[in-house]
Structures are given as C-alpha cells and as structure tokens.
Ligand binder design. Structure first.
Ligand code: GUN
Length: 285
C-alpha cells in the first residue's frame, strides 16, 4: 500500500502561507496583482485560467483579466505585454499557453519582464535555474519539489528518472532534482528500453502526456511515483500513470486529479507573492 500524496492538502498549506504574506503586504500598502492573459477561447485554457483567478482571490491577490480574441495579431499582444511590464501595479504576468498557432510563443515569453515572470518560463528564469541563482521556478516542477518536501521525501542520493523533456516540466524538473542532490536521468520518446530505465528509479516523475502509459512494469518496488500528466479521456481526467497498476508496488504516489495539478496553481500564487514582496522591498528601500 503506497502513501497517497495529497496535492490538494499541500497546495492548501502553500496557499495559507501565501495568504499570510498577502496580508503582510497589504499592511504595507501593497496589493499583490497578477495579470492573466488568455488569447482565444480554448475551453481547457479558459477553465485553467478561471481556477488560477479563483486561487488568487482566495489568498488576496488581485487578478486582472485580459481576454483577447483568437485572431489577435502579434503586435497587439506585444503591446499588451509592454503595457503590463510598465504598469507598477502589476507584479506578475501569466500568458496562458498554448497560444493560437499564428502567434510566436517564444517571443511572447521573452518579452515578459523577468521580474514579472511568475510562470518561470523566461530564458532568464531558466538560465538562473541552470546557474543555481535565485529566480522564478516553473510552477509545476516547483510544485513537485514542494510535495516531496511536505512528505519528508529527500531526493538526496536517489536515482531519479524524469520521463519527458519539455521546457515547462521535464527540463526544469531535472534541474531542480539535481539541485536537490538526486542522480537524474531524463527520458524521452527516443529513449531505448524506457521501462528498463524507469525500473532503476527510486523516484519516477512521469511528464509525457500519454494517458496511463506508466504501469507497474515501469516501476521498481518501493519507488516514489509522481504523475504530472493531465489527460482528458472518455473516462475523464487521467494521468500518465496507471494508478491501479502502480499503487500496489510504489511506496508513495501522487494521484490524478488531486496530485500535481493543485500544486502548479499554488506555486503560481507563491511566485506572484514573491514578485510582490520583491517590489515592495525595492520601493521601500
Ligand atoms: N498551459 C499549461 N500549463 C501552463 C502553465 O503552467 N502556465 C501557462 N502560462 N500556461 C500553461
């Protein structure tokens, strides 16, 4: 029987801490503020944005909603980012991904001021992570680290395998685990004998985007298994891990839903508060 890692409970604790910080800032005359930009009407993105805005309201972060039509040209989106960068009341900027195909997501991400990059996607934020410098960490991998910490799971010396090499999850996840003294292997679609590599893992992080692909044949008995997948299927939302197959062999496992998902949003809130605190400190020093 594995320990079920309760992301909702850890996220609630992170948000409680954030709410206390928001009250402190409020007392100093600073209202933390997140600008949320959604281009187009993808229903999944609209639902994520709604949840993020609800989280902000819960902890005392003002959110400013910028909804743009799907056909918005690049220069209009660029102008909006420039205005938000220049607006002293805005602490964090979140541009919900994916953007419509005609827009250049890389240039939009790079345009956001690194001080307001609460998603941690900016090349400067990623560069700071590589260099071990303070900066905003991408919310999903940061959320995984927070979950591990909350359950007393120290990656030091562990063989960690990350399945997936995306810039949003896989790569920063590997770097954060490395920073936490794990021995890290990153796997991807070209990895030879993926199950064999995964079976070496003391800590297995699945971030592939394939519904329930990781079954017990990928898992060493006693491993910690973190499921980053969010796949909408006919059965409803499922992760990248076949929970029923893996739970009996793992020592701890994060479920979907109720695992990493709530943590991603909690870390966005935490990053936004950090941005607001840095702004308040800078303006009062
Ligand atoms: N789309 C899916 N996940 C994310 C995220 O963490 N941030 C943004 N901006 N877009 C996303």
């Amino acid at each position: 029987m594995a320990t079920i890692i309760d992301g909702k409970a850890v996220a609630a604790a992170v948000k409680e801490r954030a709410a206390a910080q928001a009250r402190e800032l409020e007392a100093r005359g600073v209202t933390p503020c997140l600008a949320v930009v959604l281009v187009g009407d993808d229903p999944a993105s609209a639902s994520y944005v709604r949840m993020k805005e609800r989280d902000c309201a819960e902890v005392g972060i003002e959110s400013r909603d910028h909804r743009l039509p799907a056909e918005t040209p690049q220069d209009e989106l660029d102008e909006l980012i420039d205005r938000l960068n220049a607006d002293p009341a805005v602490d964090g900027i979140l541009v919900q991904m994916p953007l419509p195909k005609h827009l250049d997501a890389e240039s939009v991400i790079a345009r956001i001021s690194p001080e307001k990059d609460v998603d941690g996607f900016h090349p400067e934020s990623l560069g700071r992570l590589v260099r071990g410098l303070p900066g905003f960490r991408a919310c999903t991998p940061a959320g995984v680290m927070e979950m591990l910490h909350a359950y007393g799971i120290d990656p030091t010396g562990m063989d960690a395998v990350v399945v997936g090499r995306s810039t949003i999850v896989g790569k920063p996840m590997a770097l954060l685990l490395l920073e936490a003294n794990a021995t890290v292997t990153v796997c991807h679609s070209r990895t030879r004998d993926l199950p064999a590599v995964c079976r070496e893992a003391d800590l297995l992080v699945a971030a592939i985007g394939r519904p329930e692909m990781i079954d017990s044949s990928y898992v060493k008995p006693g491993a910690v298994v973190i499921d980053v997948g969010i796949n909408r299927t006919e059965k409803g939302m499922v992760g990248d891990v076949d929970f029923a197959s893996v739970e009996p062999v793992a020592s701890a496992i994060s479920p979907v839903p109720g695992g990493v998902g709530p943590m991603t949003r909690a870390m966005l809130v935490a990053n936004t508060l950090e941005a607001a605190r840095l702004r308040a400190d800078a303006s009062q020093s």
